[in-house]
Design a protein around this ligand. Structure first.
Ligand SMILES: *Cc1c(COP(=O)(O)O)cnc(C)c1O
Length: 344
């Protein structure tokens, strides 16, 4: 039980930064990790020539902590996030964070900020942001020797202001966020900078986000901004792109399991040709921040497809969303052990 919570309008929270009581830091120096230190300030001091500042040696994660219906505090699939951060770090030659330390950092930071955990039933959750930075000075391009690992937490509302409401996607063909043998499959900071101009164009033209095609052939769907994409076929298959340049979303992985186990759907992870958008009956974007965001409309070349003519999410997206949310907040039994309990 959390006795004294922060005084916040829990149901009105945006998805954005909010100052909490502290964050946790670990340093890697002389070949070993320090123990975690809780810090109340909001700034870090970095060497002016740190590799994270000049050469993008930075990676991060994003996961959520929920209060369940029964008053437990749980982190969703924390082990998967720890493993993914390990892979991200390895791919850009950073010192990886041991899984055990990742879990400890999330637990300690959540405990220290427990008054910011949104109450069950408000739709809000505690967003957890681990970040790993290369810190040693390096002007020649080389990996750093020293690293800083931090975990911040903040209460957030839904990612899209509209909540579980359908959004519009624009296929942008003259911008690539990632290449087939690049780093699109890991959560490194630079991928986001690479995609900003495509997102901005989509937004300027009145869309919510961009839908990327594969960089090489421009034929297959990759993903949508910071979220994976899936389509629902008329015969109820869950189809999601497999590509070496998309980030393997843990939400997508969970939805695939739920689609198969709970709703008896066939799941296909494969190349998805862009023309298939015209054959789907529903489509969605998925990720930790928004869980599922149903897609209302996609514009590709001068053609468009409309999945939600009445502006309402389709039944398959709705049922997948409801089931995943129910597992996350303990409204239904969690048969997979996805919820990791944090004793606060
Ligand atoms: C984080 C992220 C996602 C979503 O992954 P989840 O594990 O579901 O949160 C999808 N695409 C990109 C590019 C991402 O960075």
């Amino acid at each position: 039980m959390i006795e004294k919570r922060a005084e916040l309008e829990w149901s009105e929270l945006p998805f954005g930064y909010l100052k909490t009581d502290c964050h946790i830091r670990y340093f890697f120096k002389d070949g070993r990790w320090s123990s975690g230190e809780l810090v109340s300030g909001e700034t870090v001091e970095l060497h002016v020539a740190a590799t994270c500042l000049h050469y993008g040696q930075a990676c991060f994660e994003g996961l959520k902590v929920h209060e369940t219906k029964h008053g437990k505090i749980v982190a969703f699939r924390i082990d998967e996030h720890a493993k993914r951060m390990y892979r991200s770090a390895e791919k850009i030659l950073m010192q990886p964070v041991p899984e055990q330390m990742f879990v400890e950092a999330v637990v300690e930071c959540t405990r220290a900020n427990k008054r910011f955990i949104p109450p069950y039933g408000t739709g809000a959750s505690l967003y957890v942001r681990p970040v790993l930075l290369g810190c040693s000075p390096q002007i020649g391009v080389k990996p750093a020797a020293d690293y800083l690992f931090m975990v911040l937490v903040m209460p957030v509302g839904p990612y899209f202001k509209t909540g579980f409401k359908p959004i519009d996607l624009l296929v942008v063909e003259d911008v690539d966020r990632a290449a087939p043998f690049g780093v699109g499959d890991v959560k490194v900071a630079g991928n986001y900078a690479a995609g900003l101009r495509a997102s901005k164009r989509a937004k300027d033209l009145g869309f919510t986000e961009v839908l990327y095609l594969d960089a090489k052939e421009k034929k297959y769907i990759d993903e949508s901004g910071p979220a994976n994409f899936f389509g629902i076929t008329k015969d109820d298959k869950y189809v999601t792109p497999e590509s070496s340049s998309i980030l393997p979303s843990i939400t997508n992985k969970s939805l695939r399991t739920i689609a198969k186990d709970f709703f008896n759907m066939t799941v296909e992870a494969r190349h998805v040709h862009i023309d298939e958008i015209f054959t789907f009956k529903e489509a969605g974007c998925c990720g930790t921040a928004a869980v599922i965001t149903p897609v209302a409309r996609i514009v590709y070349h001068n053609k468009k497809v409309i999945y939600c003519p009445d502006g309402k999410p389709g039944p398959v997206c709705t049922q997948l969303y409801n089931m995943l949310r129910a597992i996350q907040v303990g409204e239904t039994q969690d048969p997979y052990g996805w919820a990791f309990e944090i004793k606060v």
